[in-house]
Design a protein around this ligand. Structure first.
Ligand SMILES: Nc1ncnc2c1ncn2[C@@H]1O[C@H](COP(=O)(O)OP(=O)(O)O)[C@@H](O)[C@H]1O
Ligand SMILES: [Mg+2]
Length: 415
């Protein structure tokens, strides 16, 4: 079977058998217990030959221990068999039609992302595929929606999808453009918080990407640093690409109703708690595009300060803060003064009531542009940054893909 451009050639399925090794421990346990009981029985009871009762009780004890160890062994064996049945089949996909998978560049709950090369087209590509073990009806439909949504979007700040397919083995995947850059989580972790001008430059591009999505009724619902990649290409520095429309929601309710239960997680909280709007927590079924505007505010806050708006270790703890707590101004978490208009705008995005936020990404984009006395991130500054770090980032990425330690970790010059 051929799916579009893809003729899967070499899918190796590697099943792992652990139950024999897992049985080794109970076997040792049973042997040790038996031997020690026999030893106690022989040494102690022998000395007290006359005391038949004692002999008998040792015999009973031995018997009981034997039964106990057999029961434990059988139990462990049964549990292992069940675990084995549930164990995911580890699938190594090396070749997807014309695409040869090279290195893994990301992995989420249900998908794995690989850099790949096309046999004839020499453009670098990324293949994201649904992990076979996660493939059920609802997840397949969600994955399909992710591809279909992304491929409807044409804004230059949104990732471009090239193709979508399914192998004869049933593995769903899609091919998209490869962005040789860095996602914003890694950027901040490596280089620290960003300057106000750079944050504005990035957020305005995120707004531009989402404006198109919002205009056709899509809410991204998963705007966070990991899902935004920046790069330098074609003379554009800090060029943003918004990725991962995996949680996208179509606000046209009719379409939602046609979908099987669970696909849009109606009534369920979806997303990463640090970037979830209060309404996405309280009434997830009735959110609108302003929920993404809240997430953009949380993203801006993170980029400016290097920390999330609300800290916490538990999902629920962060959700409660999102709903109830007032955010501290970002300027309190940085040493250098922060542009007042920008700070106000970030806090406005983080308003609990969507009515008090900028009402559209267009409005937010314009407000960002008109922040007074902002220290702009000029093209020259961006160019210099990429000239200084771009090549090293690339080298570091290649190194990390071949599992060698990072060489530029800890630098703090993203500003
Ligand atoms: N097209 C791409 N180009 C470069 N890096 C990418 C691309 N797609 C994904 N990545 C990297 O892989 C990571 C995971 O991708 P994502 O689509 O967000 O998957 P998931 O659904 O598992 O979160 C991203 O955070 C990013 O670092
Ligand atoms: Mg992601």
């Amino acid at each position: 079977m051929q799916v579009g451009n893809f003729t899967p050639k070499n899918i190796q399925v590697k099943q792992q058998h652990h139950w024999l090794t897992n049985l080794f421990i109970p076997m040792i346990f049973i042997l040790l217990t038996s031997f020690s009981t026999i030893w106690v029985y022989l040494t102690v009871a022998e000395k007290m030959q006359e005391e038949l009762n004692l002999r008998l009780s040792f015999g009973v004890l031995f018997f009981l221990l034997l039964i106990l160890t057999v029961v434990v062994m059988v139990l462990i064996w049964v549990i292992n068999i069940q675990k084995e049945q549930m164990r995911k089949v580890e699938t190594e996909v090396k070749q997807l039609g014309q695409y040869t998978l090279e290195e893994k560049i990301g992995e989420g709950g249900i998908g794995v992302v690989y850099k790949a090369s096309h046999a004839m087209l020499r453009r670098p590509t990324v293949i994201k595929f649904l992990k076979p073990e996660c493939s059920d009806r609802v997840t397949n439909i969600r994955f399909e929606r992710e591809v279909q949504t992304t491929s409807r979007l044409t804004h230059p700040n949104t990732i471009t999808v090239y193709d979508y397919g399914q192998t004869p083995e049933g593995i769903f995947y899609y091919a998209m453009e490869y962005i040789e850059g860095i996602d914003l989580r890694r950027l901040v972790k490596k280089f620290g918080s960003l300057s106000e001008g750079r944050v504005v430059h990035i957020l305005r591009q995120v707004c531009a990407s989402l404006e198109e999505a919002h205009n056709i009724g899509f809410i991204h619902r998963d705007i966070k640093p990991e899902n935004i990649v920046i790069s330098s290409r074609a003379g554009l520095y800090d060029n943003v690409k918004v990725l991962d429309f995996g949680l996208v929601k179509n606000v046209e309710e009719q379409k939602q109703k046609e979908l099987p239960k669970g696909v849009t997680k109606r009534g369920m909280v979806a997303g990463t708690p640090q970037y979830l709007s209060p309404e996405a927590i309280r009434t997830p079924q009735s959110i609108d595009h302003r929920s993404d505007i809240y997430s953009i505010g949380a993203l801006g806050y993170y980029l400016l300060t290097g920390r999330e708006v609300f800290l916490g270790t538990k999902f629920i703890e962060i959700c409660v803060k999102q709903v109830k707590e007032k955010p501290t101004p970002p300027s309190e978490h940085i040493e250098t003064p922060l542009n007042e208009d920008l700070e106000k705008l970030i806090l406005k995005c983080l308003e609990k009531d969507p009515k008090n936020r900028p009402q559209s990404t267009r409005e937010l984009c314009d407000d960002l542009k008109w922040c007074k006395k902002l220290k702009y991130w000029t093209k020259e500054k961006a160019k210099r940054w990429w000239e200084n770090y771009g090549a090293r980032l690339k080298a570091e990425q290649e190194e990390s893909l071949t599992k060698t330690p990072s060489s530029i970790n800890g630098e703090t010059n993203a500003r």
